[in-house]
Design a protein around this ligand. Structure first.
Ligand SMILES: Cc1ncc(COP(=O)(O)O)c(C=O)c1O
Length: 479
């Protein structure tokens, strides 16, 4: 294995009162420090700026602030400086040689319009940059002698004398301080209100069950994460909900939305990596009278914020990038409609789809490194995509231009199996978004969404050259 060779982000860093920060964030960090001091002073002076256990509320964006600094006007996801296959106005300064050749399949191709800087400097008084938010969101204000992130609270029942409502927590299926802290963090990142669930599928089914009843029509992708459609067919269709399936293209979804109560969108889609013009498609579906839910698992809120683009709800499997260490299963839903979000919370309490306190703590601990993890994964993915797209023996190499997943077709099941068995560094495993590079023959589940030789590769945090070398060696050996 080679030594570490690749560059860090290349952002301009400055040393200031708030520590060493990317240049653009220094002013915002100073403002936040001032706010923190005021809060601490208020708390010491007997004020109630801090909540009873010292948590501070997440710096929520109001809907009016939805013109978030990290948005791309077209509604296309925001590529990172490392991963952008598009000519952006980025000043990221990453290694230009690592940029990929354009994806051959349906791709997150640049529009002609200029794209936003990947992490533009928030103006003073504006919300903090997303990299700062992942580190700070949901974390308690400083309390002398306390850790940065409070430990997990293991409780079934809590001490709760008197009436319901006399104690902040009554029973672990209803609430837990760790859920609340993590939900504050998610609310900040998604730009809404959030409810955490025991898994991505628990989050998805909470939405489907809460929003759909007999006589309603669901539009769902036939090339997205298959669990949603399987659940709809096995549990909704049998209870009188119509299910209309569509490929993940803007046109097909817009056409299918007429008469639908709910349109389920996944972009980039897993495993095929199709990318939509999200804002326009959401608007078209809503004009047709449907609610729109976006599964944002692959993009993460650092690359795409569907609520800013008008989505009614955003769903995520937090088992993947958000937590990133392949050590837990978790999910969440966010939305801007407070009543709707409370309905989902109520569903969680009744259905009992709550996560464990330790998983929540692990998730929140891991969330803080999301920005650096994602950047490294994108550096690896860009290097892999660039190398594979240049090979004559690979037909269909796909990369949306951001995030960790690269797809490619080896033409046959036999070659795909030999290729996977020959890999040494890249582990054969399902899922994506973790710190280890992994790959799998996606059609082994028999869902028929991709060909029998299609490989879904998930970039980890290793040195890009090592991952590329492993893939190239396995490809050459099995060509
Ligand atoms: C895009 C997408 N959505 C939802 C899910 C379900 O999430 P979980 O496995 O956390 O239940 C997955 C899982 O692979 C997924 O890839």
């Amino acid at each position: 294995m080679s030594d570490e060779q690749d560059e860090p982000t290349g952002d301009a860093w400055v040393k200031g009162e708030a520590g060493v920060l990317p240049k653009g964030l220094a002013a915002a960090a100073r403002a936040r420090l001032d706010q923190q001091r005021e809060r601490i002073a208020a708390a010491r002076g007997g004020g109630n700026a801090a909540t009873p256990d010292g948590d501070r509320p997440a710096p929520r964006r109001s809907p009016d602030e939805a013109s978030a600094p990290d948005r791309v006007p077209s509604g296309r996801p925001r590529p990172s400086s490392a991963a952008s296959a598009a000519p952006t106005s980025s000043t990221g300064g990453r290694d230009a040689e690592a940029r990929p050749a354009p994806a051959r399949a349906r791709r997150a191709e640049p529009d002609a319009r200029p794209q936003a800087d990947p992490e533009p400097a928030p103006a003073q008084g504006d919300v903090l940059g997303l990299a700062t938010q992942v580190v700070t969101a949901g974390i308690a204000a400083p309390v002398q002698g306390e850790p940065f992130l409070r430990g997990p609270v293991f409780a079934g029942p809590y001490h709760a004398a008197g009436d319901v409502g006399d104690a902040p927590h009554l029973y672990g299926r209803m609430s837990n301080p760790g859920f609340e802290r993590y939900e504050q963090a998610l609310a900040t990142l998604d730009g809404g209100r959030s409810v955490v669930f025991a898994s991505g599928m628990a989050a998805a089914t909470a939405v489907l069950q809460t929003l759909l009843g007999p006589g309603d029509l669901l539009v769902a992708p036939n090339d997205g994460y298959p669990g949603v459609l399987q659940y709809a067919r096995e549990h909704l269709a049998t209870r009188g909900v119509g299910v209309r399936t569509v490929p993940t293209t803007d046109e097909a979804i817009r056409r299918a939305a007429k008469g639908a109560a709910l349109v389920w969108i996944e972009t980039p889609a897993n495993p095929g990596l199709q990318v939509l013009e999200l804002g326009a498609t959401i608007a078209a579906c809503q004009e047709a009278g449907a609610r729109v839910v976006v599964d944002n698992t692959l993009a993460t809120p650092l690359r795409q914020r569907p609520l800013d683009l008008g989505a009614d709800l955003v769903v995520s499997s937090d088992s993947k990038h958000l937590t990133g260490h392949s050590d837990l299963i978790l999910g969440h839903v966010s939305g801007t409609d407070a009543d709707l979000v409370e309905q989902l919370r109520r569903w969680r309490t009744l259905a009992g789809a709550v996560p464990g306190p330790f998983e929540i703590w692990l998730a929140h601990r891991s969330l803080g490194t999301l920005d650096v993890r994602l950047r490294r994964q994108e550096a690896v993915a860009v290097a892999v995509h660039g190398t594979l797209a240049a090979r004559e023996d690979l037909e269909d190499v796909r990369y949306p231009g951001f995030s960790s997943v690269v797809g490619f077709d080896l033409g046959s099941m036999a070659r795909a199996k030999r290729f996977l068995a020959t890999l040494e560094l890249v582990a054969e495993a399902t899922s994506f978004g973790g710190m280890h590079s992994t790959a799998e023959r996606r059609d082994r589940f028999g869902d028929g969404q991709v060909g029998p030789g299609y490989i879904r590769f998930s970039a980890g945090l290793e040195t890009p050259g090592d991952v590329v070398a492993d893939l190239v060696r396995a490809l050459d050996a099995t060509g």
